[in-house]
Design a protein around this ligand. Structure first.
Ligand SMILES: CC(=O)SCCNC(=O)CCNC(=O)[C@H](O)C(C)(C)COP(=O)(O)OP(=O)(O)OC[C@H]1O[C@@H](n2cnc3c(N)ncnc32)[C@H](O)[C@@H]1OP(=O)(O)O
Ligand SMILES: O=CC(=O)O
Ligand SMILES: [Mg+2]
Length: 356
């Protein structure tokens, strides 16, 4: 184990100093595209204006015989475009694959100055992050990078879930963790065949009302991902990094997609993945706090002064704890408003209405 004293020392001579704090940049949607797919690649400059994060995906969903085209495509897209405030991430192939070494070597040396975060799939434990950490330091030194690349882990194996706290704290590069429900379901041998979302068979039923065990009993579908998302959020917060929901594969079902995203938002996630352009606006809507909630939060903060004591607002008791919740909402709204003039207007408008 590294000594805490050495945690923020570079892992290779000439590599940049690790960051001490993970920047809380807007990342409501991490938009996946296949950089080797010409149609998708052509949409990237436009999409960059609409999303917080663009992610060039090299792993699953890219055919084995297209891996090299995807990698080369990402290099040329990154070189040809300036994405402004939109972050550029990549998802490399898994650490046991024949492609990952070339993914990391090529991307860091060719476009390391353009990339913000490297997403690592199928992370099993801290050892996987340690491997990537040292390799990135060596490559950063070779490329002469002045800013360290950050690392994002996908939580998609049973052992990854069992080790999630140590993964979250394995390196100062750790930026965040996303739930990977599809691979996680396979790893756990869950009996589902979907990419994220619920399942009608996972339910609870009210007690019987009479002799007939079928009559008058309501069922409620339960969330398959509640435990994992909640555990992931705690691990991330404990280590000062950011939690995300992952993919929702039923592209047509925009309603259930919004529900799944909102559950994750309410539980503490800061964003999600968008797999198709239709999911971008859903993520934006869900992961930007509602103007009414922002107005309420600002009102509570104003009424609470230094944040101690208790006050009554519209019949509801507010104290230090609700003040802190309101600050989470208000600070997120302020950060998003800085980037999005429409949101700023909506938040300020709702705040004015509450003050009148
Ligand atoms: C479990 C996991 O690992 S999830 C993460 C890995 N998976 C992915 O990254 C999947 C990314 N998304 C996709 O590959 C595609 O969206 C698919 C295969 C799901 C659907 O693609 P299509 O059948 O082409 O969808 P559709 O016909 O609705 O697309 C409409 C247009 O949007 C484009 N488009 C679709 N998805 C994307 C995207 N993610 N980014 C940019 N453009 C896209 C299509 O190329 C098409 O362009 P066109 O109008 O010029 O023909
Ligand atoms: O990579 C994502 C997943 O759900 O698997
Ligand atoms: Mg996966």
């Amino acid at each position: 184990m590294r000594s805490p004293k050495d945690f923020f020392a570079p892992l290779a001579v000439g590599a940049p100093d690790p960051v001490r704090e993970i920047p809380a940049l807007p990342s409501r949607m991490i938009h996946f595209f296949d950089p080797g797919n010409e149609k998708m690649a052509a949409k990237v400059p436009d999409l960059a204006k609409k999303v917080d994060v663009l992610l060039g995906n090299l792993e699953d969903a890219v055919r084995a015989d297209r891996k090299e085209a995807a990698r080369a495509g990402l290099v040329s897209i990154a070189k040809a475009n300036d994405f402004g405030a939109t972050q550029l991430w990549t998802r490399v192939n898994s650490l046991d694959s024949p492609w990952v070494l070339d993914d990391l070597t090529t991307l860091v040396t060719e476009i390391g100055d353009k990339l913000d975060v490297i997403m690592v799939p199928k992370v099993e434990g801290a050892q996987d992050i340690h491997y990537v950490d040292r390799l990135l330091a060596q490559l950063e030194a070779r490329a002469g990078l002045r800013r360290p690349l950050l690392v994002h882990a996908i939580l998609e194996t049973a052992s990854g879930v069992a080790n999630v706290e140590e993964i979250a704290g394995a390196s100062p590069r750790m930026q965040g963790i996303s739930l990977g429900p599809a691979d996680l379901a396979a790893s756990r041998r869950m009996k589902t065949t979907r990419v994220g979302g619920g399942h009608p068979g996972y339910l609870v039923r009210t007690d019987p009302v009479g002799e007939d065990l079928h009559e008058g009993r309501t069922t409620y579908q339960q969330d398959l991902w509640h435990y994992t998302v909640a555990r992931m959020v705690d691990a991330c917060v404990m280590h000062g990094i950011l939690p995300y929901y992952g993919p929702f594969g039923d592209i047509r079902d925009v309603v259930a997609c919004e529900d799944q995203f909102r559950n994750a938002f309410l539980l503490g996630c800061v964003g999600t993945w968008s797999l198709h352009p239709v999911q971008i606006d859903i993520a934006k809507r869900v992961f930007s706090p509602d103007p009414k909630d922002v107005a309420w939060a600002r009102r509570v903060i104003a009424a609470m002064g230094d944040g101690t004591g208790a006050v009554m607002i519209d019949g509801k008791m507010q104290d230090d704890a609700s003040f802190k919740q309101c600050r989470v909402v208000a600070e997120l709204a302020d950060a998003l408003a800085e980037r999005d003039p429409e949101l700023k207007e909506a938040y300020d408008e709702a705040t004015k209405e509450v003050q009148q």
